[in-house]
Design a protein around this ligand. Structure first.
Ligand code: 8YV
Length: 318
């Protein structure tokens, strides 16, 4: 398949790039790095390799008349214009399930880190402050109320972990799910008012933009800690900074941001906020599984077989 031209639109994972290069004719971000060269190869590009954060807008799809498939290395694909892809009969795939555990683990990790002030505790010991006295008391996690925004596969994995901490679980989603035993709230504000830890794990994109706004943060209140392992776009970052500045909420644990990798100075300065650089799926084991799946989706397609994990919008294609 070395004659098949594939365009990578992102800096690919070192676990994925060599696999692609070994099999396809891989063009690394030429649409950005060398527009003249891109103009020459664009007519022959048949596949796109993207990541969860990549942008594949309609304008790029329109420049690729031979495009057949967009393979996303990630479960989220909010950067891909799926409607434009579908209109051209272009398949879109992603990497669901293999990362559920890691993202759920990190959500719990951020919740514990923010509640129990683990980064501050680490600094306290390392900087030799312990002999001066104990640290201020923290917040209890076990037995508290966990609210989950988004009850998909990862939301359910987070809930399972919450049960092990004896937490009561409630959630909000577009609609109540028949097979989910947890209490349903129709919107994030109602949920926030009734929980201590509000964990956001809903898909990004236009439908959830700034879903967590000033009103939701007000409802969460000083008793509450916000955890975001979804997309930066789901939280109104300016409203969050204001809420933290004014003591409206108790703290936050954040893995995702509005303009990654740039994190506002104000957000970095709060002692009661724990930050991570979008590492939800970032373990060797999971990234390998994601790379294999993203690669196999492309390979299977070009071998004339069905892809393994189409995005839901493309799942019923013949
Ligand atoms: C990224 C993610 O894809 O799965 C997702 O939606 O956000 C991540 O796993 C990963 O960081 C690769 O860039």
């Amino acid at each position: 398949m070395s004659h098949i031209d594939v365009l990578s639109v992102t800096k690919l994972s070192p676990l994925l790039e060599p696999q692609l290069r070994a099999v396809f004719n891989l063009h690394d971000r030429v649409h950005e790095t060398d527009p003249a060269a891109f103009a020459k190869i664009a007519p022959s590009i048949r596949g796109i390799a993207a990541s969860g954060e990549s942008k594949v807008p309609a304008s790029l799809i329109a420049q690729l008349p031979a495009l057949e498939i967009i393979s996303v290395f990630g479960v989220g694909y909010d950067g891909v214009d799926v409607a434009a892809a579908k209109a051209r009969n272009v398949m879109v795939t992603h990497t669901p399930n293999v990362l559920n555990d890691d993202v759920a683990d990190l959500a719990i990790g951020l919740m514990l880190a923010a509640a129990r002030q683990l980064p501050a505790a680490d600094r306290y010991v390392k900087e030799g402050q312990w002999p001066n006295g104990p640290m201020p008391l923290a917040r209890k996690v076990s037995g508290a109320r966990l609210g989950i925004v988004g009850m998909g596969r990862i939301g359910q994995a987070i809930a399972q972990r919450g049960l092990a901490f004896n937490m009561s679980i409630a959630y909000t989603a577009r609609s109540a799910k028949a097979d989910i035993p947890y209490q349903y709230f129709p919107n994030p504000t109602a949920l926030a008012a009734e929980c201590d830890y509000l964990v956001v794990i809903t898909p990004g994109g236009a439908a959830t933009r700034k879903l967590i706004n000033a009103e939701v943060l007000q409802a969460l209140g000083t008793k509450g800690i916000l955890v975001n392992v979804a997309r930066g776009s789901v939280v109104d970052e300016a409203a969050l900074i204001e809420a933290l500045q004014n003591g409206v909420i108790g703290g936050a644990g954040l893995d995702v941001f509005e303009s990654e990798p740039h994190v506002p100075e104000a957000l970095r300065a709060f002692p009661h906020v724990v930050l991570a650089p979008h590492i939800g799926s970032a373990t060797s084991q999971t990234r390998q599984a994601m790379a294999d799946l993203a690669f196999n989706n492309l390979k299977s397609h070009f071998e004339g077989h069905a892809v393994y994990t189409p995005v839901p919008e493309c799942a019923h294609k013949g």
